[in-house]
Design a protein around this ligand. Structure first.
Ligand SMILES: C[S@@+](CC[C@H](N)C(=O)[O-])C[C@H]1O[C@@H](n2cnc3c(N)ncnc32)[C@H](O)[C@@H]1O
Ligand SMILES: [Zn+2]
Length: 178
């Protein structure tokens, strides 16, 4: 039986929806982007055949075009899933809380975007997640989030990002860098 389905949302284009209940902490799927062809942002933006809306960052300034279920997950400021990165290009999606069949599966894009654009300059977009705690502007700057969220999201980052942004994370107090 399939666990999820891609279908239209009210106002965010396509999205990924649960076809069964998931328990908090349950593994939902694995994503491995290491075998896909890598592009720079310029290459993707300059080629209409490359689907920029489904591009995913794989580190070292490179992106892949990816049509895995993960690429259809929309952002929410009150997500029901989280993404744990083994390395930037290999990740697993887990349920952050109990999820009911029919719910849209979402994660917080800002939690996984810290290294995009080499940590400088971020994309911004009006957030349509509709949650009570909506941050209104969807952006990729983890360091602009409240400290408690930065601490929570730090746990799911790969060692390479923890090392690279060690100074910024140090401001959050005593943390482990592995
Ligand atoms: C990775 S795709 C997600 C799937 C996409 N909705 C689709 O139709 O294929 C990312 C894009 O979805 C839209 N999106 C996702 N979450 C959103 C949100 N909370 N508010 C507004 N747009 C969102 C944005 O256009 C974003 O660039
Ligand atoms: Zn929001």
């Amino acid at each position: 039986m399939k666990d999820y389905i891609i279908k239209k949302t009210r106002d965010k284009g396509l999205g990924l929806f649960a076809l069964r209940d998931f328990k908090r902490g349950e593994h939902i799927f694995h994503v491995d982007l290491t075998k896909l062809k890598k592009y720079t942002v310029k290459e993707i933006d300059g080629n209409p055949k490359l689907d920029g809306d489904h591009s995913d960052y794989v580190g070292h300034g490179k992106y892949v075009v990816n049509h895995s279920p993960a690429s259809y997950m929309n952002h929410s400021c009150d997500p029901n899933c989280f993404v744990k990165m083994k390395i930037i290009a290999i990740k697993d999606v887990y349920a952050l809380r109990d999820i009911k069949k029919g719910e849209e599966l979402t994660h917080d894009y800002t939690a996984t975007s810290v290294d995009q654009f080499a940590g400088k300059g971020f994309w911004e977009e009006k957030c349509k997640c509709g949650s009570k705690n909506c941050r209104k502007i969807l952006h990729g700057d983890l360091f602009k989030l409240p400290e408690d969220l930065q601490k929570e999201y730090y746990r799911n980052l790969p060692p390479s990002i923890k090392r690279k942004y060690k100074k910024q994370f140090a401001k959050l107090g005593k943390m482990r860098y592995q």
